[in-house]
Design a protein around this ligand. Structure first.
Ligand SMILES: NC(=O)c1ccc[n+]([C@@H]2O[C@H](COP(=O)([O-])OP(=O)(O)OC[C@H]3O[C@@H](n4cnc5c(N)ncnc54)[C@H](OP(=O)(O)O)[C@@H]3O)[C@@H](O)[C@H]2O)c1
Length: 244
């Protein structure tokens, strides 16, 4: 699929991995709508960077865990662009909570944003995307969806759900819309992680390093541009973590 002239929606696109995905699409002449929640300043800066590539940016502030807000988000994209070719579900939260301290709130917070959010986006976006012959959805999962981290139970379950959601959506939406997932290993350390903790993680990765946003972006570009014969699959970009 050629990206030039298409319209994309990246959730969590203001900063970090979502921003890198948004800019990669903008550099290929694809218009970018993106969501943010609290990162107002970063969203403005990212929108400027997208527009500097010569394509339209549409930053939309929303809470992806609320169905009414997601419906409004898709309606706004329809109003502005009248089409949607690509959805990348990247927004998520990543909260560490020891098992004996977990509450219902922790569970709901992870599942509502990380799993219900991509479901709602796919549900409402697919109604708009169905009009395009080659539309694609990419869900950003995590290798921890199949090999859970300790102390991140709701997060890991949400990402296991994203892998399941990818398969189920692929079946529901074939042949019109292709749905795939990327399960990254360590790509960008969360805010506040010490250099020593990051080095310990790198030492456990068979390829001996953190991945880069470029590793993930290149995979997304391959899934969008390089093949039209994948759906339901999850691609692990994890430096070999799964075989460690
Ligand atoms: N970083 C890694 O190494 C790594 C590894 C494996 C998997 N992943 C996955 O890759 C994706 C991107 O990772 P990242 O580290 O770049 O993510 P991140 O910085 O932790 O979060 C991405 C964005 O999600 C948005 N968000 C959170 N809750 C939201 C809600 N309720 N409604 C709307 N937006 C919400 C936030 O927007 P605001 O900032 O605007 O509030 C945030 O900027 C995530 O799905 C993550 O699980 C990342």
């Amino acid at each position: 699929m050629r990206l030039a002239g298409r319209v994309s929606l990246i959730t969590g696109g203001a900063q970090r991995i979502g921003r890198e995905l948004a800019l990669a699409l903008a550099r290929r002449d694809c218009a970018v709508a993106f969501t943010y929640h609290h990162s107002v300043r970063q969203a403005r800066a990212t929108a400027r960077e997208i527009e500097a590539c010569g394509v339209r940016a549409l930053p939309i502030r929303t809470d992806l865990s609320k169905a009414a807000r997601v419906r409004q988000l898709i309606a706004r994209i329809d109003q502005v662009f009248g089409r949607l070719d690509i959805l990348i579900n990247s927004a998520a939260n990543f909260d560490r909570v020891r098992f004996d301290r977990l509450t219902e709130h922790d569970w709901d917070r992870a599942l509502d944003t990380n799993l219900k959010g991509p479901f709602l986006c796919a549900l409402y976006a697919s109604r708009l995307m169905r009009r395009q012959p080659h539309a694609k959805i990419i869900n950003i999962a995590d290798w921890a969806g199949v090999r859970p981290y300790k102390d991140y139970l709701p997060y890991c379950v949400s990402k296991a759900g994203v892998i399941g959601l990818t398969k189920a959506l692929a079946k529901e939406l074939a042949p019109r819309i292709r749905v795939v997932a990327i399960a990254p290993g360590p790509i960008l350390p969360p805010a506040g992680m010490t250099a020593a903790a990051a080095a310990r993680i790198a030492a456990r990765v068979p390829l001996g390093r953190w991945g880069s946003p470029e590793d993930l972006v290149n995979t997304a570009l391959f899934l969008l541009e390089g093949t039209d014969f994948m759906t339901g699959s999850t691609v692990f970009v994890d430096g070999g973590q799964l075989i460690a």
